[in-house]
Design a protein around this ligand. Structure first.
Ligand SMILES: Nc1nc2c(ncn2[C@@H]2O[C@H](COP(=O)(O)OP(=O)(O)OP(=O)(O)O)[C@@H](O)[C@H]2O)c(=O)[nH]1
Ligand SMILES: [Mg+2]
Length: 312
């Protein structure tokens, strides 16, 4: 039996383990592809939960990261970058952003400080009027002081009255201030999740996402966008985690590229993804990778459903 800590409240049916001032809520990060939403979520939570790559449209579905502390539970929602949908997968991604606009307690609108604010002028019309919103100008480390001040002024002129914060996932600038703003606007509410929970992603999904991250990092042109990864099996054995993943692509020619000469390209993906898994789970991992072709899966509703892409 676990010893009971007399300083901690004990949950019973009549007395929950949180006080009347407990704060809990959902804060979604939204913005254009590559703004740095997933990087910010990871910086806030302190774990590599949502995959990050230099390629646009890395994040495909929503992912929650929880920040739990004394008296609060902050549930961060990462979203796909908004875009003009050209195929069914992108339409699913767009719908999941629309949902993210509606079902949050507050929004962090993430933009690349270097961007022209005009390119986002449509967004304020979509933002729910009564929701706390913070404009997060990320990637501040990429500009020198003069350029940075000029850009901040442009954004503030374009969206007057909107609270603004500059951040950098490289230097860590503004991340604490972002967390503080989020905790400030969090409503009083009982916790939604278990106090130990870090994410809504299952181990299987995390494994397949880390493989997909390597595909985005190591291949170019259409391959990352034509790839989906499924974890076929995830077994916790005595000494190792034994994981088998299948990479789905759309064409035989893509399969050849993913595998590479004598399997070298696939091996590099597997090694890097396995290292990430071993670091996160703190134990040795065997990772088996397989490649299959499903023609045009990105426009195939049945395949999308099978792969778990839903608009929620
Ligand atoms: N220099 C710099 N690079 C950053 C910063 N934040 C993110 N990046 C880089 O920008 C790229 C995109 O970051 P992501 O976090 O994947 O961006 P995202 O908004 O989640 O992108 P999508 O999932 O495609 O919508 C990656 O190469 C990151 O390493 C930052 O503050 N400074
Ligand atoms: Mg992302």
């Amino acid at each position: 039996m676990n010893p009971i800590d007399p300083t901690q409240p004990v949950a019973t049916d009549s007395q929950p383990a949180f006080g009347p001032d407990f704060k809990a809520g959902f804060i979604n990060l939204l913005g254009k592809p590559n703004a740095g939403k997933s990087s910010l979520l990871n910086a806030l939570v302190g774990e590599p939960l949502s995959i990050v790559t230099p390629k646009a449209q890395t994040t495909r579905s929503r992912c929650l990261g929880m920040l739990q502390g004394e008296g609060y539970q902050l549930i961060l929602g990462d979203t796909p970058g908004y875009l003009e949908a050209r195929y069914a997968l992108q339409r699913m991604m767009t719908r999941s952003i629309e949902t993210a606009l509606e079902d949050a307690d507050a929004l962090a609108w993430v933009a690349d400080l270097r961007d022209d604010p005009e390119s986002e002028s449509f967004l304020p019309r979509l933002l729910p009027p009564s929701m706390p919103i913070l404009l997060v100008l990320n990637q501040a480390d990429t500009l020198d002081q003069a350029a940075r001040e000029q850009q901040i002024a442009l954004w503030q002129q374009a969206f007057p009255g909107l609270p603004t914060l500059t951040t950098s996932c490289v230097s860590g600038e503004g991340v604490d201030a972002l967390r503080s703003w989020m905790l400030e606007v969090l409503p009083v509410h009982p916790p939604y999740f278990d106090p130990e929970q870090l994410t809504d992603l299952t181990d299987r999904v995390m494994a397949s996402e880390w493989v997909r991250e390597q595909i985005f990092l190591k291949y170019h042109q259409e391959i990352p966008y034509a790839s989906h990864v499924v974890t076929e099996s995830f077994k916790e054995e005595e000494k190792i985690l034994r994981i088998e993943c299948t990479i789905y692509v759309e064409r035989d020619s893509q399969k050849g590229i993913v595998i590479g000469a004598k399997g070298s390209a696939l091996k590099a993906v597997g090694t890097a993804a396995r290292q990430q898994m071993e670091k996160f789970w703190g134990r040795p991992v065997y990772l088996g990778l397989h490649v299959k072709v499903r023609n045009d899966w990105r426009d195939d509703q049945r395949m999308l459903k099978y792969f778990g892409y839903t608009a929620e």
